[in-house]
Design a protein around this ligand. Structure first.
Ligand SMILES: C[S@@+](CC[C@H](N)C(=O)[O-])C[C@H]1O[C@@H](n2cnc3c(N)ncnc32)[C@H](O)[C@@H]1O
Length: 264
């Protein structure tokens, strides 16, 4: 499905320029709004629609009327809890100054947690292979101002619009403390409602041998996987599963401190 970019209902010179900039970044066409509804544009252009609104980008894949836009919703409440209560932080073992590669950025909830925990001495890079999701989140992380306590951390996240395996293949050995992956589950599990409009559009490929091999080469300390509790990926790819009773997803860890360098 192709994508077109348009403005909000009442365009201004600034939003017309913004739509052109976003279309350029996505390598697609900017179309005039001409007071059309989103459904009319989807129908007439046979395309998913991105709206370059004044404050944010909105993404309407065909068949959806509720937009996807960036909002740090779940990170906003997660960062209010104690770090030891967050299973992602526990599985990654992240601490101040650490670097983490998030292979599957999504709406960046985990990446924001990592950026807060690692602090300004740390580094968080997030890969997203669905280009519109990646761009909406990348722009959102830079522009979002409504939760001031998170802005500095959000702005430090480096978003890479790339497939994670391709990105990993170009990383040096041991260049991140932690490599993390949270691929799409085959079934919806009541994830953040922000994500619902893009569940279909997101990239659904599963974990592969090459992905895990590259992750083990690039990570210094841990490779961490989040997957559905019924997933057999933990055992298949050698992750130590952390059982969380009565939860729909588990984390798995490959510890690399224990002599992985000689295993490479
Ligand atoms: C379950 S979501 C990740 C949610 C994320 N952990 C968060 O906190 O918001 C998975 C995301 O990874 C993306 N994705 C899937 N496979 C990928 C790959 N090989 N490389 C990069 N991104 C990928 C999907 O498009 C989707 O946006």
């Amino acid at each position: 499905m192709k994508t077109v970019v348009t403005t909000a209902y009442r365009p201004t010179t600034k939003t017309i320029e913004e739509a052109a900039r976003i279309a350029d970044l996505l390598g697609c066409t900017a179309v005039e709004r001409r007071k059309r509804t989103i459904e009319q544009i989807q129908e007439m252009e046979q395309a998913d629609v991105v709206v370059a609104a004044k404050k944010r980008l909105e993404y309407y894949p065909v068949g959806t009327s509720d937009p996807f836009f960036f909002h740090p919703s779940s990170a906003a409440f997660r960062t209010k809890r104690q770090p030891e209560e967050d299973p992602f932080l526990e599985a990654t073992g992240l601490s101040e100054g650490d670097s983490l590669l998030d292979c599957t950025l999504g709406i960046a909830s985990d990446a924001i947690m990592a950026a807060v925990m690692a602090g300004s001495a740390g580094r968080v890079v997030g890969c997203e292979s669905q280009p519109v999701i990646g761009l909406v989140v990348k722009e959102g992380l830079q522009r979002y101002e409504e939760v001031p306590r998170l802005c500095e951390a959000m702005q430090r996240i480096e978003v890479v619009l790339s497939d994670a395996v391709t990105y990993l293949q170009n990383c040096a050995d041991g260049s991140f403390d932690i490599v993390y992956m949270d691929p799409m589950f085959s079934e919806a599990i009541g994830e953040s409602s922000n994500f619902t409009p893009i569940r279909q559009a997101a990239v659904h490929g599963g974990l592969t041998e090459e992905w895990v091999t590259q992750a083990k080469r690039v990570a210094k300390r841990r490779v961490v996987l989040k997957a559905h509790f019924r997933s057999t990926d933990f055992e298949e790819f050698g992750f130590e599963r952390k059982i969380r009773p009565n939860t729909k997803f588990h984390f798995g860890v490959i510890h690399l401190e224990r002599g992985n360098v000689s295993e490479r």
